[in-house]
Structures are given as C-alpha cells and as structure tokens.
Design a protein around this ligand. Structure first.
Ligand SMILES: Cc1ncc(COP(=O)(O)OP(=O)(O)O)c(N)n1
Ligand SMILES: Cc1nc(C(=O)O)sc1CCOP(=O)(O)O
Ligand SMILES: [Mg+2]
Length: 216
C-alpha cells in the first residue's frame, strides 16, 4: 500500500461530534485528511439501518473527494459497502479471517502495541498497524494506559517496517512527538471532530505533518 494515505487519518462516529458528521467530514477533507475511518461505537452509537445509512453517506463524501474509506470492526458492513479498508483490534475478528473473506484489494489495519502483536500483524498480512494510546484520551471508553511515542520508536528500532499510525490523545501540540518517533501518520478523533473549526484544526495538523516531512 501507499503509506502516505495514512498520514492524516481521521476517525469519527456520530457520537464524536455535536455537529452533522457529514459536515464535519467535509470540513476535514477540505483541511486535508488523507483517509477516513467510520467508527460507530460507544455511548449512543447508531445500530442497524441507521448505522448503515450514515456509513453510506460518509462513504459517498469520501468517494466524491478521492479519500479512502475504512470501517472500524464491522466486517459485514465493510463488505456490504465495498469499503477501501477495515481496521480491527486484538479482540476483533482476526486479520487472517478477514483476508479469507474480503477482496484482496481491501486494506486491513490492526491495532498492535507490543512487538509480538506487530510481528503477528506482518505474518498475517496486515497492511498497517495502529499503535496507542500515545497519550491520555477520553474518547475511547476502554482505552489502555498510554504507551507513548516511545513505543513506536522501539518498534522501529526492532526493525518493524510495516506502516505505523499513532493514535490516542494526539493534537496539534503533541503530534510532532509521534512523527519524530517514526510513525507514518497520526490518527485522530476529537482533535478534529470536537473542534469548533474542523477545517482549521485539520489544516493545523497538516502543517505539522509537512514540517515533519510527511508532505505527500
Ligand atoms: C487507526 C486505528 N488504530 C487503532 C484503533 C483502535 O482499534 P481497537 O483496538 O479495535 O479499538 P476500537 O477502535 O475498536 O475501539 C483504531 N480504531 N484505528
Ligand atoms: C479509537 C482509539 N483507539 C485507541 C488505541 O489506543 O488503540 S485510542 C482511540 C481514541 C482516539 O481518539 P482521540 O484522538 O480523540 O484521543
Ligand atoms: Mg476494534
């Protein structure tokens, strides 16, 4: 895969914003996100037809703008929508299963915070790993204790060449630490979705990516 599509990875579900998710996504795209993950979970999350309908609307916005669309956790939804990719965690459907059931073109990301998990991700054919939390986050209800950017530096030092995105508590003030540690990209929810100016917030993160040489 082209690792540059991971550089500014925006994630959102309907409960991550007080605005219209479609509007926030449009603003984030104007600000320069490079991919999007639909993550509909947690308190008040939509289910069933409503979840599917929102996913379709957000996918259409992505498609109209050439932004890759990922689905979090839900392989059935990803297959129905022919999403560009899916992201799963260690407790979700295994990467090997997805590889059997999904088209070869569907990108697969997996959460990995230890070297063992990262090595398994490589063996299983994952396209990238998401490592976190980098910092304290209040967005994910069951988030672990932060591992910090040092964990990405460690994975790189141990020879991990798979694309890595840092996630969890990343904002315009601390993003550079994640990139300096060797991440290909930053994955954010609230830094964009809860901003009063999502387009400006995205542009601010984009600037930090440019300053750190992630300018494609
Ligand atoms: C890019 C990216 N990295 C990590 C995660 C977290 O996935 P997971 O551990 O399965 O937790 P949930 O997001 O499902 O709560 C992610 N979603 N995206
Ligand atoms: C979805 C998610 N996964 C994490 C992990 O550590 O795997 S942290 C997290 C929440 C990210 O939201 P925010 O950018 O608002 O902190
Ligand atoms: Mg998951």
């Amino acid at each position: 895969m082209n690792r540059h599509i991971l550089s500014l990875y925006f994630i959102m579900g309907s409960n991550n914003t007080n605005e219209s998710p479609v509007h926030v996504l449009q603003q984030a795209i104007e600000g320069g996100i490079t991919c999007f993950q639909f993550r509909e979970k947690g308190h008040g999350a939509l289910v069933g037809k409503e979840k599917q309908q929102l996913a379709r609307e957000l996918q259409q916005v992505c498609q109209a703008n050439g932004v890759p669309f990922f689905v979090n956790d839900d392989l059935k939804l990803a297959l129905e929508l022919e999403a560009d990719g899916i992201h799963v965690g260690q407790d979700d459907i295994p990467v090997r299963e997805i590889k059997k059931l999904a088209p070869a073109s569907m990108l697969v990301g997996v959460s990995a915070k230890t070297l063992e998990e990262a090595k398994s991700a490589v063996e299983d054919g994952a396209d990238y790993i998401g490592t976190g939390p980098m910092f304290i986050t209040s967005t994910k209800e069951d988030a672990d204790v932060p591992v910090g950017p040092e964990r990405i530096r460690f994975l790189r030092e141990e020879g991990m060449t798979l694309p890595i995105v840092g996630i969890g508590g990343i904002d315009e003030k601390n993003a550079h630490h994640v990139l300096e540690a060797g991440a290909d990209g930053i994955a954010v929810i609230s830094a964009i979705s809860m901003s009063r100016h999502p387009k400006q917030a995205t542009s601010d993160l984009k600037k930090i990516l440019m300053e750190n040489g992630r300018n494609e």
